[in-house]
Design a protein around this ligand. Sequence first.
Ligand SMILES: [Fe+2]
Length: 206
Amino acid sequence: MCIKRTMASIISDCTERFRQKLFGKTGGISEKTLQMHLGLYAIQVRRAKELLSALEKGDSPKENQIDGSLFRARKLDLSYCLSAAKSHELYFSILGGAGGAPQGTLREWIDRDFGSFDSFLRDLRTTALASESWAWTCLDQASGRLLNLLGDGSVTVPFWGAAPLLAIDMEDHAFILDFGWDRAAYLDSVLAQIDWESVARFLPLV
Ligand SMILES: [Fe+2]
């Protein structure tokens, strides 16, 4: 028998798992910043679940009714909450590592697509500093090529089929308490603690 899953099952609150993984392991990013940042993520997950439940219950106005704007607003808000929460999950997943350089398939693909790991890091660093919100390393599933991309705002996501492997949060709340306006110092701290084994887990099985 097929048991229908709820729409809200698309996302779960992983705050506790990230807290256990990250506290004491994020260098210049303080526990105070992490606590605040995880709280923001938890709100995004809760809001996404509330929106999904409301949409599934069907208590939205019918299409073409004048109050259809509420339905539209919920759908737009849902995209924002899911995009923001999932980028945060990726960001928290790749923090708290030893930095350095990746090994294995990920390193081979970086060298293949960027020429060298140093070239990749330079491009990722420049991309992140040019962003007002998110920077991602993505795998284009059609060509199999890696790209560094940015998005200003959580709903500005890469193109279809670009699977993110790594996310860097460049919004003010990620660094202002610990680094002031020195975005470069914050970014250096992130790059020095990337958990490359976690990044590699997002690669497809080959
Ligand atoms: Fe954030």
